[in-house]
Design a protein around this ligand. Structure first.
Ligand code: HAM
Length: 418
């Protein structure tokens, strides 16, 4: 019986993986240039971490999380995002005693959403979290870091920023908003009406066309920010302008996780269709405390790797593949031993090479050399072993050049990183 993979969870096959490796290589370089260090946390965490950290009223926790009882002992969840687990690790290992920390992670996340282009049930995030810095300078540095990463990948994306307020100004605003939404409920969709009670800020994010003109009139938080939030937001904007990072203020930008305060931002791309956000992030100054640590400000973002890969694909960017420099072809029984011996020596010298371990007809071996994209091929047999000479064939031009086998490694290009 054939068993297929789980809906919304994808294989990344060898022909595509080069794109992923490129994204991760560039991201790791850029993160390191900004002083971020990698952390690796488990894919499974206690359910309570997300209920308390991300918020029980959010769609992510409420509807989309994979939750299970571990043999009746503990309620666990597959991580739907990286921030809560990273904060848990930060607290559990007492990392806060060392002062500000900049961490990054790469890995799979799980949300039981309806799969569509750019939206999957297992997806991958490149994420960063900076702890212990309340000043807007870190917001600016982090957003500019995304811009630099995109510059290096030649990706165009637009940045939207907003301030979602804090404990000083948001509660009063939420009450005002809720009252307004109740009064206008008749003109709103059923989702909006339900969210009015549960999570009124999320109503602003509704994509239903008939709700748009109504919501455009809703009271805005930006005009009601407290002095602290206002000053912070102004400084973030000034910093982005100083660094030449283009942005648009979107007063309706709200995020799907409850921990955000002050700065919230997203990078979106037209190449993605309806799931247009490629990066989402913001500040979460109360989260470390909520999860049992000392009061510690924090800010971070998550970048969807699938969505980044889709953008690169839409731009027609080729996938870098590792190709062998040379393919060793055996002409006879002596050659069969010779190719293995020579291949081992070449690989020790850092030269990527391959051979057809089945041996057999020359034509089939040449075909294999072509299929794997080898730059050169070389035929080895009793004659070549005796003379110490062979012909190096350029697979693109078909040109053959004599080569002394003892010099072979010197004639070839070492693999990157060899
Ligand atoms: P998020 O906005 O939920 O934020 O996710 C961040 C990014 O992950 C999205 O912009 C998108 O590119 C990608 N993503 C999310 N869901 C899916 C999905 N179902 N399929 C494919 N890609 C998806 C967070 O997760 C926060 N933890 C970000 C953060 C870190 N905030 C502070 N620190």
């Amino acid at each position: 019986m054939k068993i297929n993979g789980v809906k919304g969870m994808n294989d990344i096959l060898p022909a595509q993986v080069g794109r992923w490796q490129e994204i991760e290589r560039v991201a790791r370089d850029v993160f390191a240039l900004h002083g971020y260090r990698e952390v690796r946390t488990p894919v499974v965490e206690p359910y309570a971490l997300y209920a308390r950290g991300v918020g029980e009223a959010t769609d992510i926790v409420n509807k989309e999380m994979y939750v299970f009882e571990d043999k009746g002992e503990e309620k666990l969840a597959l991580r739907p995002e990286g921030t809560a687990g990273t904060v848990r690790a930060f607290i559990e290992h007492g990392a806060y005693v060392e002062g500000p920390q900049k961490w990054f992670y790469v890995g799979p996340m799980f949300r039981r959403e309806r799969p569509q282009k750019g939206r999957y049930r297992q997806f991958h995030q490149l994420g960063v979290e900076a702890f212990g810095i309340a000043e807007p300078a870190i917001d600016v540095e982090q957003i500019a870091m995304v811009a630099e990463l995109f510059r290096r990948l030649s990706v165009t994306a637009s940045l939207q920023v907003n301030s979602v307020g804090d404990a000083a100004c948001r509660p009063a605003y939420l009450e005002e908003l809720r009252a307004w939404l109740r009064a206008h409920g008749g003109a709103l969709c059923s989702d909006c009406r339900e969210r009015t009670e549960r999570n009124p800020l999320r109503v602003l994010d509704c994509k239903v066309p008939t709700c748009q003109p109504v919501l455009a009139e809703a009271p805005g938080l930006l005009e009601r920010l407290c002095d602290g939030c206002r000053t912070h937001f102004d400084a973030v904007r000034q910093g982005l302008e100083d660094l030449g990072v283009p942005y648009r203020v979107n007063p309706r930008l709200v995020r799907g996780l409850d921990y955000y305060v002050r700065t919230a931002y997203e990078f979106t791309s037209d190449a993605l269709g309806s799931q247009s956000a490629v990066v989402g992030g913001g500040r979460y100054d109360g989260l470390v405390e909520t999860l049992g640590g000392p009061p510690t400000p924090g800010i971070g973002f998550g970048m969807g790797e699938e969505r980044l890969a889709l953008i690169l694909e839409a731009a027609g960017r080729p996938v870098a593949e590792n190709r062998p420099e040379v393919f060793l072809i055996s002409a006879d029984d002596v050659g069969r031993r010779e190719v293995l011996r020579r291949a081992a020596a070449l690989r020790r010298a850092g030269i990527a090479c391959d051979l057809d371990a089945r041996g057999g007809k020359l034509a089939r071996q040449f075909k294999q050399a072509e299929r794997v994209g080898a730059r050169f091929a070389i035929v080895l047999g009793a004659a070549e072993a005796a003379s110490g000479q062979a012909k190096l064939k350029d697979m693109a031009t078909r040109e053959e050049t004599p080569v002394v086998l003892a010099d072979l490694a010197g004639r070839l290009r070492p693999a990157a990183g060899a």
